[in-house]
Design a protein around this ligand. Structure first.
Ligand code: PHB
Length: 392
């Protein structure tokens, strides 16, 4: 025992030290904010999780871990594409981790399952992937940086009917975004004097395309229109080719979800010449996109797809909103998200202050081979497209 420092003084000093540490730890906590991201990192939609996760990491690598004067911590959770899991994880992120924002949401049912939690806890919820129009109406705290399916299905429906499609069969995935695709493509065709002669749907889980491809062929349309969620394009196109549909004389028109940059080279030459519409192509010709694709490929060794830009722009949205709110969450953070305008790798975008919906250019593209690789080459642009689902 040191005679100059009796035991009780040592204890006192130790206690003081603990208190001081506790104090600085608490301060550090107040100086940081957490963003809770829920993605399907496993399961049938794992490519969406992989793409958005990579884009978020790229954003942080390029922009650092500070926003609104606070340290930003991103927590990424895997819901495997199961809505009950998404809801539970969102609850835990809000209650235990006290996240300032929720983000991600790889499929429509996952976003809809979380909407009540965003509303009740007043936590801004950034939808980076799912595309059913009605999602932003499920909570006043939802803001979307991905796309709405009506934005591009209406566009490609108009293009198709003005370019010879008069007798059409639609084939969509049997859930929210598929219903939007069927309706908005079909309405555009009908309004332009064409006809939808058959509407086909395949289940979201483990779809078998053989029976619907046979039905489509039997109906003898001039055009087959297809919407399937990201991750299913390669399997669909394989079965399409196996059945010789590419030689049937029926024109194939799709959305960019089918000619997904994540799978396009695996799909192969059967995709050549397929006209489709979407909001993002890795081949988009702008300096901002060239920079994005280069950095993304260098970090990941795979091509960014349309899901990735929803994640990258979603991070920008949250960072800039935190700058404006000085790190505050809730209504202040939500308000700072509304009305943001910025240049995305996809082109100029706006977050509509009224609808909390992304307004963006929609491109009509054709799959072409450039330097031995397949790309969606944009050849027509519809400027600043609002969600047609909100114009009712
Ligand atoms: C959706 O669930 O809303 C969704 C998922 C994948 C897509 C498009 C829409 O490619």
């Amino acid at each position: 025992m040191n005679p100059h420092f009796p035991r009780r003084h040592l204890l006192g000093a130790a206690a003081g030290l603990t208190l001081a540490l506790g104090g600085s730890a608490a301060l550090a906590q107040a100086d940081s904010v957490k963003i809770g991201v829920i993605l399907p990192m496993t399961g049938p939609s794992a490519s969406t999780g992989k793409q958005i996760d990579a884009a978020i990491k790229l954003w942080v690598a390029q922009n650092g871990s500070k926003a609104g004067g606070k340290k930003v911590e991103v927590i990424i959770k895997d819901d495997a594409g199961v809505a009950d899991t998404t809801r539970r994880l969102a609850q835990e992120l809000v209650v235990n981790d006290k996240v300032v924002a929720l983000a991600g949401f790889g499929l429509t049912p996952l976003a809809l399952a979380t909407a009540p939690i965003a509303t009740q806890s007043k936590t801004p919820m950034v939808v980076m992937a799912a595309g059913t129009s009605s999602i932003t109406e499920a909570s006043p705290f939802i803001v979307r940086t991905s796309f709405t399916v009506p934005q591009y299905t209406q566009a490609v429906g108009e293009w198709a009917s003005k370019n010879g499609s008069k007798k059409v069969v639609t084939l969509v995935s049997d859930f929210g975004p598929g219903f939007d695709a069927e309706k908005y493509f079909g309405d555009a065709v009908t309004l332009n004097g064409g006809q939808v002669i058959e509407k086909l749907r395949t289940p979201l889980r483990s779809p078998d395309f053989a029976p619907v491809l046979q039905k489509a062929r039997d109906a003898k349309p001039d055009t087959l229109f297809v919407f399937l969620p990201s991750g299913q394009g390669a399997q669909f196109m394989k079965q399409y080719a196996e059945r010789g549909m590419d030689k049937s004389g029926i024109k194939l028109i799709t959305t960019g979800d089918v000619t997904d940059d994540d799978q396009l080279n695996d799909i192969g030459d059967v995709a050549l010449g397929v006209v489709n519409a979407h909001h993002y192509s890795a081949a988009h010709n702008s300096p901002a996109n060239k920079k994005y694709v280069e950095a993304f490929m260098a970090a990941n060794k795979f091509r960014p797809n349309f899901m990735s830009v929803g994640g990258y722009d979603g991070m920008r949205l949250i960072y800039k909103a935190l700058d404006t709110s000085k790190g505050a969450g809730g209504q202040a953070l939500l308000d700072a998200m509304k009305g943001q305008i910025f240049e995305s790798p996809r082109g100029q975008v706006l977050i509509d202050g009224q609808t909390r919906e992304i307004v963006q250019d929609i491109y009509i593209r054709k799959v072409e081979k450039v330097n031995g690789q397949l790309w969606n080459i944009e050849f027509a642009t519809l400027k600043a497209v609002k969600d047609p689902g909100k114009l009712k």
